[in-house]
Design a protein around this ligand. Structure first.
Ligand SMILES: Nc1ncnc2c1ncn2[C@@H]1O[C@H](COP(=O)(O)OP(=O)(O)OP(=O)(O)O)[C@@H](O)[C@H]1O
Ligand SMILES: [Mg+2]
Length: 229
């Protein structure tokens, strides 16, 4: 296998809600390895832990037990600055709830990750943003505010935003969930192309078998473990 980019070793994750609510065990001794350049679909019923898994892989949450390795390093051992740098350099994240900034236009939202730590964007980046937005059919929406977009349009903006820093790893939580068939196919094609041409590693949560079949591997969340299909 290619060098491992992501590894889960005997990982457990238990949510402990405040008050009297019982703990929720989502992952127990889960194992998984994703090599550089691979594309993986994560499938499983609602509530099975797909978003939890993606948050662990994306260094947005920490496991209760076991080890998560990103580029063979444990993110828990990095300083805040190193962690921020790792996220910025390596990871593009498409959230299930898109988290677009309501007072920024489509184009501004896409450019937010570029602005982190800088005072402005260069014209090349803006051109790339425009190209990607055109690619997902949003060329005539760049000046719109998110509140004036449809759910599927917002989802496509979130995909483009995740790609703007040319991440080596794209973590996407149901990136085609709110899309009609044709738009879903277009996003699917974009992901396949990123994986094929740019060797971007993909980990994509999806309920769409059509999208899952376009990816190299399918891993199912089952009984709190990860099972290769
Ligand atoms: N912060 C939290 N506190 C307590 N329980 C939580 C928390 N976040 C998630 N859960 C529970 O953990 C389980 C897994 O949640 P998760 O969001 O990972 O599921 P999912 O597979 O992404 O579901 P969906 O397909 O509906 O998005 C669910 O039962 C959920 O209720
Ligand atoms: Mg989810």
């Amino acid at each position: 296998m290619a060098t491992p980019l992501l590894q889960l070793k005997q990982v457990s994750k238990v949510y402990r809600p405040p008050g009297d609510a019982p703990p929720v065990a989502v992952l127990i001794d889960a194992d998984m390895t994703v090599g550089r350049g691979e594309s993986v679909a994560i499938v499983g019923p609602s509530g099975s832990g797909k978003t939890t898994l993606l948050n662990l892989l994306g260094t947005l949450d920490i496991a209760d037990n076991g080890t998560v390795l990103v580029e063979e390093k444990d993110p828990c051992l990095l300083s805040e600055r190193q962690l921020a740098e790792l996220r910025r350099r390596l990871i593009g994240f498409v959230f299930q709830q898109h988290h677009l900034l309501p007072h920024c236009t489509v184009l501004e939202n896409v450019l937010v990750p570029v602005l982190a730590g800088r005072s402005g964007t260069d014209p090349e980046v803006e051109e790339r943003a425009m190209k990607l937005l055109a690619r997902v059919g949003l060329a005539d929406r760049v000046d719109h505010l998110p509140g004036r977009l449809s759910g599927g349009e917002r989802q496509r903006v979130a995909v483009v935003r995740a790609l703007i820093n040319r991440p080596a790893l794209l973590l996407a939580d149901e990136p085609t969930g709110a899309l009609d068939r044709e738009s879903a196919r277009e996003v699917g094609r974009l992901l396949a192309e990123l994986n094929g041409l740019d060797a971007v590693t993909l980990v994509v949560v999806t309920h769409s078998m059509e999208l899952a079949e376009q990816l190299g591997r399918v891993i199912e969340l089952k009984d709190r473990k990860l099972v290769e299909r």
